[in-house]
Design a protein around this ligand. Structure first.
Ligand code: GRF
Length: 208
């Protein structure tokens, strides 16, 4: 059984997609053991509670400095006996110690087709604004492993989504979530839970 800790900061629709996929049997052999938010008001915490999952808030504001906050975050992940850390709309820059302790065991969802529209400053609606400004016809989402860089880790799954002429950043964000994010995040977790994802020379390989 793959023990998953999900880190969130906001609405938690990706968290909900994972909860639903586990309940539906689309993700096999995995369970969410803890949800951690840096933001006490994140609706994702309510979603976790509604699903009977332990939900905790670890806010940087409750600690004297960044170091103490990082320590508490790492401890909360360790204590849950976590196999896989899933970043689902997590706005916290992860401490280096967490990345190195869980190398190859942290995944993130990015709302564009990496390496386009990613890196510093590309988060939330900014991503979709940049997509519309550039006028690309296709965007999408990417699930990738997390390393020390911003959106630079090995890519696990990607899914393309059409951009429409009359899109606003908001309508595009919604379509990317519905058509890509909520599908490939559960799929990636299922592949990992089945032991089918390997990292080789900085790239992933998915065993058939
Ligand atoms: C998603 O767009 C995800 O790609 C990005 O943050 C957003 C989180 O949304 N990393 P939600 O909290 O899962 O609804």
């Amino acid at each position: 059984m793959l023990r998953i800790t999900v880190l969130v900061s906001g609405g938690g629709t990706n968290l909900q997609a994972i909860i639903d996929a586990i309940a539906a049997g689309d993700i096999h052999n995995a369970s969410i053991v803890r949800v951690i938010s840096n933001n006490p008001n994140a609706y994702a915490l309510t979603r976790a509670q509604n699903a009977g999952i332990e939900a905790v808030c670890i806010s940087p504001k409750s600690f004297p400095d960044r170091e103490q906050f990082h320590k508490a975050l790492l401890q909360a992940i360790d204590e849950a006996d976590t196999d896989l850390v899933v970043l689902a709309g997590c706005m916290v820059v992860l401490p280096a110690e967490l990345i190195s302790s869980y190398r190859g065991r942290i995944i993130n969802i990015h709302p564009a087709l990496i390496p386009s529209f990613c890196g510093k400053g590309f988060y939330g609606l900014h991503v979709h604004e940049a997509v519309l400004e550039r006028g690309v016809r296709v965007t999408g989402a990417t699930v990738h492993f997390v390393d020390e860089g911003t959106d630079t880790g090995p890519i696990i799954l990607q899914k393309a989504v059409d951009v429409h002429d009359d899109d606003t950043p908001e309508t595009l964000q919604r379509r990317v979530m519905e058509e890509a994010e909520w599908k490939i995040m559960p799929q990636a977790i299922d592949l990992i839970a089945q032991g089918r994802v390997r990292i080789e020379d900085g790239r992933t390989r998915i065993d058939q």
